[in-house]
Design a protein around this ligand. Structure first.
Ligand code: C2O
Ligand code: CU
Length: 550
């Protein structure tokens, strides 16, 4: 078995975008960070050395981390931070996973600049028929001209509303709709007649994105490192935390420049003062004698196949087309029966502004977010370590398994008691092997975005989803228990619900949270403890020697 070793130096570096130079937190001075390439079955070791003045951690988003929760990374959930000057080596094995995942810092809003692709080559050949000429990572991000820490503080302290970044980016580059685009536009040359695999990752902090390439059809073949039944589409929707692999064939007739525009813009169910701009890049058919100039880059039209910002019908249809491949080699192991069903609201909330403070949220109140009206408070110690050492603690309490109040979320009721929230560290504890269903009910308060709910340490199956209120007597009858999509992040439809099934086969402590960074900061999160099983192979392994302590 092969050990792949990487070393990450967390350091600050000056980076210029939109004509602004800023000192960013980076891995090895790179923005975005390096791409990791590994193979299915590899042992991976990443030595992280913190040369910055801030605490940090790194999370391997979507990597199952079977029994290796110590390497998962979310600060204060599975580990204490790596302090300035400290090091920690994340060690884990890639077991039965292949495809596109990613990695990012998992403390405060550091993932704004500390992120990159994590690519796992499969043991067996790709299950799709086309010959892939080359693979092209397409990583979406956001850029702020201001200091990330200030934006985060503003949001937390004053409960300010929708933040908006100054640009979206493709592989760190905003493109020609933004100032100083000349060097900062992503252009990739491809050859006419050949097929390419785009590995698309939404690493943006707060927005779901539509993505399309002018004149070309995309064939979706994988989501969140799980193969899907291939289908053709004019565009895709990808939520923060999600990845999507598509095939694209260069089968169009190019003009003399050979340039085809690719573009990503946010999906919002209603107009809101977010960053509603568009990032642009190019796929360019190789035209040997042409040198790309500023004018080539500046003269483009947006792809007509890119959905409009409020295109909920497209977002819904796209999500419904996603199906697990479910082949003999890659079966879909959705649990047909469950041991436990938890129903939780996922909500934005308001709290009165503390005296002598001005709040920038809605109606001079502060924004919060919650699951079953509990806003998650991060403890100052690692929950995983407490759990492993059997340290009894009063810091955590059990997660409520039903919404505390009756609800009807088909309308907006700004006076509802459901707008209130409490603050605590809530954890759902389940025995090893539990077949768990979690129903995520969006409350439709104050929020125009799908909540992309991400589960650490497990994949899950999206067995059902819909608009309006979840009906426990009726909706389960219509679940897809044959080939539901398997992923690690589900975009719960705004004003609707999604039901996910998880086999809790990974002992440890796992974070479940909204992957809109703003909502996580406001408390839209919970913990999941999967207890160890009877057999030694069902137990969490001991922590490594260099495990950071608080
Ligand atoms: Cu992508 Cu909790 O993370
Ligand atoms: Cu959210």
């Amino acid at each position: 078995q092969i050990i792949r070793r990487f070393s990450y130096n967390i350091e600050r570096k000056n980076v210029k975008r939109l004509c602004h130079t800023k000192r960013l937190l980076t891995v090895g001075g790179k923005y975005p960070g390096p791409t990791i390439f590994v193979h299915e079955g590899d042992n991976v070791e990443v030595k992280v050395t913190n040369m910055s003045p801030w605490n940090t951690t790194i999370h391997w988003h979507g990597v199952r981390q079977l029994r290796s929760g110590w390497a998962d990374g979310p600060a204060y959930i599975t580990q204490c931070p790596i302090v300035p000057g400290g090091t920690y080596t994340y060690k884990f094995t890639i077991i039965s996973q292949r495809g596109t995942l990613w990695w990012h810092a998992h403390l405060a809003w550091q993932r704004a600049t500390v992120y990159g692709a994590f690519i796992i080559y499969p043991r067996m050949p790709y299950p799709f028929p086309s010959l892939v000429e080359a693979e092209i990572p397409i990583v979406f991000g956001e850029w702020w001209n201001g200091e990330i820490e200030d934006i985060e503080t503003d949001m937390k302290l004053y409960g300010s509303g929708p933040n908006s970044s100054d640009a979206y980016t493709i592989n760190g580059l905003p493109g020609p709709l933004y100032p100083c685009y000349n060097k900062d536009t992503f252009i990739r040359t491809i050859e006419r007649g050949k097929t390419y695999l785009l590995r698309i990752i939404n690493a943006a902090l707060n927005d779901e994105l539509f993505f399309a390439v002018a004149n070309h059809t995309l064939t979706v073949v994988e989501i969140d490192a799980v193969y899907t039944k291939p289908f053709k589409t004019k565009a895709i929707m990808v939520a923060p935390g999600q990845t999507t692999n598509v095939l694209i064939t260069a089968n169009q007739v190019p003009d003399s420049t050979g340039m085809f525009v690719m573009a990503a813009r946010p999906y919002l169910s209603s107009v809101f003062p977010f960053d509603n701009s568009t990032t642009i890049g190019f796929l360019k058919y190789s035209t040997p004698n042409l040198k790309i100039t500023k004018t080539h880059v500046k003269s483009f039209t947006l792809p007509s196949n890119l959905p409009e910002m409020e295109d909920t019908p497209f977002a819904t249809e796209f999500a419904e087309k996603l199906r697990s491949l479910g082949s003999p080699e890659y079966p879909c192991n959705v649990p047909k029966k469950i041991d436990k069903r938890v129903i939780t609201t996922i909500s934005l909330n308001l709290q009165d502004c503390p005296v002598n403070q001005t709040c920038k949220g809605f109606k001079n109140k502060k924004f919060y977010a919650s699951m079953n009206n509990q806003s998650f408070v991060r403890p100052s110690i690692s929950i995983l370590e407490c759990h492993y050492r059997n340290l009894s603690t009063t810091l955590f309490s059990s997660f409520p398994e039903r919404p505390p109040h009756p609800f009807n979320y088909t309308g907006v009721d700004p006076l509802s008691e459901n707008l209130n929230t409490e603050f605590s560290t809530r954890i759902l504890v389940v025995p090893y092997g539990t077949r768990l269903e979690i129903v995520l009910q969006d409350t439709s308060f104050l929020n125009p975005e799908n909540h992309p709910i991400h589960v650490h340490g497990h994949n899950f199956f999206i067995v059902g989803s819909g608009f309006g209120n979840y009906d426990v007597d009726c909706d389960p009858k219509y679940y897809n228990l044959i080939d539901p999509p398997e992923r690690n992040t589900v975009a719960v439809p705004v004003g609707g619900w999604a039901a996910i099934r998880i086999v809790a086969d990974n002992p440890g402590v796992w974070f479940i949270h909204c992957h809109l960074e703003e909502h996580t900061s406001w408390g839209l999160a919970m913990g999941l403890i999967v207890q160890s099983g009877q057999h030694p192979s069902q137990c969490l392994l001991p922590p490594p020697d260099d495990f950071p302590i608080c």
